[in-house]
Design a protein around this ligand. Structure first.
Ligand code: NAG
Length: 382
């Protein structure tokens, strides 16, 4: 087994900036979004293994895939095993290539995708687009405990479609310290300066890592999951309309900065329940970032098939459900009652209220990797 840091290095995902760039392109200020730049990276790497010529060069450069192939292969293999076997959490990343049966897939390519990415390309017949669409959607549904449906819609596939990349992320984690269901109440959420909505808001009074980022006009809190390698970091702007500025300055909310600014506090946390189902068409964002070759008619995927194919569509479908669920068994940290007044109140009462559009990340500390990034602009919109 490679060291965790090495895995991250060899698969090229250490490129923190690339993740940010991707996220900045897919975020939508009118919608809740959950994206996994890491999984997009893994999916594109799978595509890159079938590319040649200029298409390959552009992908390699964009993904920062190191030249040492053996180690990179090993790293992809181990990353997949590690992420999909995380305990006490359901974190399913999948990447599947669908290819029209008229383009015969090379055996070598089947082998490499099966070995490194655990999914071999699936054959569809785009002349029977409805049937093929249903087939693709059924796979995604089964692979994600029915959380993800309709990865593509009827009508998106035409008889000249040859290659789809479907990228799914499904996350379900339990908090290390659960929110009591009975403390969840409807509270105000400021969608913007003018609109407030009542949304089911969870409450917890406990010890959490919390920090203020005065220069960035934001504060954050870390909510650990039962799996101690994972946590959700929630970043809220000081101003009701401050989310945009957080997104634009995402580089400043990096690991080092958060680590330096956070400390364990006895704090009252108000967090809306939310559930996000995102469907992200990655083609435009990737083109805007300079990834153009693979989508063009003269794309070179000779490693996949002898037929001329280009990538017709890359879609990322993600799902997350954030609610009170936590580890019911563990009461290792003493829980507090809401608003219990601490007797020697020289201490400030720390409160964290996510009552305005905010950003969250799911971070794997062991890998030093952000698995997903999302924004909540209206908690009750799915
Ligand atoms: C992290 O963010 C801080 C500002 O919060 C910035 O000064 C620093 O350069 C950033 N580091 C990286 C590696 O981007």
């Amino acid at each position: 087994m490679l060291q965790y840091r090495k895995i991250v290095y060899y698969v090229g995902i250490y490129q923190f900036l690339l993740s940010i760039n991707i996220f900045q392109k897919v975020v939508d200020k009118n919608k809740n979004v959950l994206a996994s730049p890491v999984n997009a990276h893994i999916g594109l790497s799978m595509v890159a293994y079938g590319a040649a010529g200029r298409t390959s060069m552009q992908l390699q450069e964009f993904l920062h895939l190191p030249v040492n192939e053996d180690l990179t292969h090993q790293a992809f293999e181990e990353l997949h095993v590690y992420l999909n076997r995380l305990e006490k959490v359901t974190f399913k990343l999948a990447n599947k290539i669908y290819i029209d049966r008229r383009s015969k897939v090379r055996n070598e390519y089947k082998q490499i995708t099966t070995k490194l990415f655990y999914y071999e390309p699936s054959i569809i017949d785009t002349r029977y687009s409805e049937l093929s669409t249903r087939f693709m959607n059924e796979w995604a549904e089964q692979d994600t405990d029915h959380a993800i449906r309709n990865v593509i819609n009827i009508g998106e596939m035409t008889p000249d479609t040859r290659l789809f990349l479907v990228n799914t992320v499904y996350f379900k984690g339990k908090w290390a310290r659960r929110f009591e269901k009975c403390s969840t109440k409807n509270r105000n959420f400021n969608i913007d300066w003018n609109i407030q909505e009542q949304v089911p808001t969870m409450f917890s009074a406990d010890y959490y890592v919390y920090g203020e980022l005065l220069d960035l006009k934001a504060e954050f809190i870390e909510l650990p999951f039962e799996n101690t390698d994972l946590k959700m970091i929630i970043i809220i702007p000081n101003e009701i309309d401050g989310l945009q500025s957080i997104i634009e300055n995402l580089e400043s909310f990096n690991r080092t900065r958060l680590f330096e600014s956070g400390s364990l506090q006895d704090i009252h946390v108000y967090l809306p329940k939310f559930r996000i189902q995102s469907s992200i068409d990655m083609k435009k964002p990737l083109e805007q970032l300079g990834m153009t070759e693979m989508f063009q008619d003269n794309a070179n995927f000779i490693g996949i098939t002898n037929e001329p194919v280009r990538v017709n569509k890359i879609v990322q479908k993600t799902f997350i459900d954030v609610n009170e669920d936590g580890n019911e068994g563990s009461n290792s940290t003493p829980r507090k009652k809401p608003f219990s007044s601490s007797s020697n109140s020289k201490l400030k009462l720390w409160v964290f209220v996510a009552d305005r559009p905010f950003l969250f990340k799911i971070v794997n500390d062991r890998l030093g990797m952000t698995l997903c990034i999302g924004t909540v602009v209206n908690p009750t919109n799915n």
